[in-house]
Design a protein around this ligand. Sequence first.
Ligand code: SAM
Ligand code: SF4
Length: 335
Amino acid sequence: MTAPLIDPFQRAISYLRVSVTDRCDFRCVYCMSENMTFLPKKELLTLEELDRMCSAFVDLGVQKLRITGGEPLVRRGIMTFFNAMTRHLDSGALQELTLTTNGSQLERFADDLFAAGVRRVNISLDTLDDQKFADITRWGRLPQVLRGVDAAQKAGMRVKINVVALKGFNEDELLPIIQWCAERDMDLTFIEVMPMGDIGNEDRLGQYWPLKDLRAKLAEHYTLRDLAERTGGPARYVELEETGQKIGFITPLTHNFCESCNRVRLTCTGELYMCLGQEDMADLRPALRNHPEDNAPLEVAIRDAIAHKPKGHDFDYSRQSVDGRVSRHMSHTGG
Ligand code: SAM
Ligand code: SF4
């Protein structure tokens, strides 16, 4: 029996998020600049290497795998990887295989994802207005994503909509979005914008809509009940008593959620980030590539990395300047 992954603060690491590509078919203004330079393809782990890497984590006790990016569904051949992961669901080692997507390719992939064992999908969608959607994603088109949402539900997947709360942008859509999710029986989570990566001229403090303000606005219309539910991540949940809807809040900046953190993040080049909000990482690629037939060095490298997982992040907007900023983009580490 292999010993589970336990970090220095006695947190068991059971959740791996994997960014399978840094590329994307959108250019959301809070995530990317218009002219991004992406990694050369040869830097990327191949799909076989991603399989070996994820399987090593599963062997070490990871029970939940979330595939993200960039946009995971634009990575060529990505279904081969999902299909390969199905064996870990079948064996019972993996409890959940899931993904976070912008939804643009779901019309094409939803049935295949369900067949591979994906039962839940997070779809990022910040507005239900065609023009605003085109503005915020630069290259995205709302009808295509809405067809993706339909396809995911039709395939049998439970959908959660992720909305980045943006001051002056989707404040006025709070209630319509909640209602839309209720009508379609979809879960909903709001995310505070985080200071990650140089995205051009956008002013992050200008975009920042604290979720405590969002919550206060919500309380004008609904009775909120805090739920005890925790997922080991930064989400906190409330129930709207009038409708029974459960709403998540991801507030990395206004609350500290690190004490129960159970996750690490792997990039498409094989870097392991122990914390979304820190620059520290371990490059696992040499241990993987230099030993194609032997997983032991990779396991040692993974254990060594987990032994360096920091206590928490240092994001801080409170002094009216963006402190604790991280230089890489969210699409690099995988949101
Ligand atoms: N492309 C996929 C998508 O958009 O769902 C997956 C990757 S994306 C980086 C994952 C999540 O990160 C999305 O929900 C996106 O809205 C969020 N995100 C990106 N940049 C962010 C930032 N600076 N602050 C907060 N959330 C951000
Ligand atoms: Fe692409 Fe997702 Fe970033 Fe938008 S948030 S640019 S969809 S990776």
